[in-house]
Ligand binder design. Sequence first.
Ligand code: SF4
Ligand code: SF4
Length: 633
Amino acid sequence: MEGDRISYHESVRKVYQRIKKDGMDNIWDRYEAQGLGAPDKRCPFCQAGVRCDLCSNGPCRADAAKDKKGVCGIKADGMAMRMMLLRNVMGASTYHYHTEQTIKTLRATAGKKTPFQIKEPGKLKDFAKRLGVSTAGSIDKIAIRLCDFAEADFNRKLDEPSKIVEALAPNERKELWRKLDIFPGGIHGEMMFAASSCLTNVDGYYQSLALKAMRLGVAMAYQSQIVNEYCQDVLYGIPRPHKMRVDLGVLDPDYVNVLPNGHEPFLGFAMVQLARKPEWQEKARDTGAKGLRVIANTETGQEMIQRWEMDSTFYGFTGNWIMQEAVLASGCVDLFACDMNCSMPIDPVYAQRYKFKLIPVSELVAFEGITDRINYEPEKAEEQAARLLQMAIDNFKVRRASVEPVTQLPMREAVVGFSTESILEALGGSLAPLLGAIKDGTLRGVAGLVSCTTLRDHGQDVHSVRVAKELIKRDILVLSMGCGNGAMQVAGLCSPEAKEFAGPGLKGLCEKLNIPPVLSYGTCTDTGRLADLLGAVSAALGGVPMPDLPVAAVAPEYMEQKATIDAIFALALGLYTYVNPVPTVTGAPNLVKLLTQDCKGVTGGLLSVETDAVKAVDGILAHIEVNRKKLGI
Ligand code: SF4
Ligand code: SF4
């Protein structure tokens, strides 16, 4: 595998050479071994989503053209949608696991039992008010009340409508969701409802399964994502724009480098707080290092860098999950602390070869052959962070004595930390300038790029960068989230100089507001935050229905199960939703028709699937222009 099939980023391509030279097992070669080539040698039934092994009668393969069904009688459409719903359940439950850890952390912080403080009392009060939670009494009391309220809602019965969704979602959507019977109860019950529907001989009807997926998506977006991100803002700060070093050049072998990885930022923040203290820097220097650094990675990294400024200790951000083996093979890592997701099963092999400590910090995460672990507990966060830092310091000499590092890797600065609040601040306190720019055509519209990174069609981030460049060229402002956001930052599109790739309208706006054409808007969990922003835009435009806004959801490189529930939610929200690679549903003709055509008449949302970046953006722009006409702008 060479060039563009590896990665968009020069840094990753460079370390790939080292990985090859060292004879290491790696993601690119493993991908190739699965059958990459023309034609793709993988099973066509699996690729089309019409294969099932849920019960002992299987594995079964369905073929819609021949009316060949599973042994139980399920058709291709039901088989493909049922598997999609199961993916959605996994995605929702992982998002929600993170949310519950955040609520635990907020509760313990309000009880003065963690090293954290409530950084944003104003946001806490505003959020409590929106949810109908009393704001009387001390900040700590409000926080505890909010935690109680959220947890009660998570546990609400299926037939009791969620108060969180009721409080946060736009009225027009709520009415529609009620009409479609997809207004959810508590997320726990919704996950049970969705998973139980997937059992053999329970629900084999693709339309019913698709509606259940949307119902779960609505519960997940409002109860898991928004509650999670807003409570993390309360604890660690509302994201505000600032510069951040990015790419593999942030790794310097002469420092003790500690890398939190995954999606939950708790121990990462606790480690930065400690590592900023002179005594910890001293300890690192005593072992022969120049100092101690915490380096952000993947989505844990996005959660951290959007909220906290860089300095000599919290040094920078490497990139998204596919470049993980390149990070680990750099020879600069002393400790990789792995929370909830995005740490690869191959990591122990890299830990052994490149001499770093691989430590799961969540009860969810496990690796073959790794017995050390520290399961995050909010009340013990400081002590746990100290143990992790000490392990890294103890590792430094071992690594330096035995591993040749890769040096001279590139680094740049990206502007990160856009949130609804900070966008409003940048606009002078109201959405009016942004809406004005959309109304007068300076901006044609806005794309929420919520994406992962995948090797399925191209190398890491190649297609995401192509799509984003094509969007900004056509004066569409991009808000980027998820691992796709890491792609944008490392590729330079979140830097002010990227305005040169933008069309004249967007370029002028970037110059006027001093912003990049791609606004770094956080993680994939910030999809909920984006939905909330769209609700505010719709209200500011006088209640324009979601499907009529000049906006689109864009996922050029969706990958895992969390991404699938994001896309389903975008459909429930009524958005034009571009996804790539082609989802594994193509063997299900009625389901494909439902998602790509008929859904428009149900929720107003539509799935667009296109592998070519230019054609994909043609479709997005055409949708935006139709909506502009509808709005008379
Ligand atoms: S659930 Fe149906 S399609 Fe799936 S393995 Fe069993 S019989 Fe086959
Ligand atoms: S869902 Fe996608 S964006 Fe989110 S953490 Fe996983 S790979 Fe990254």
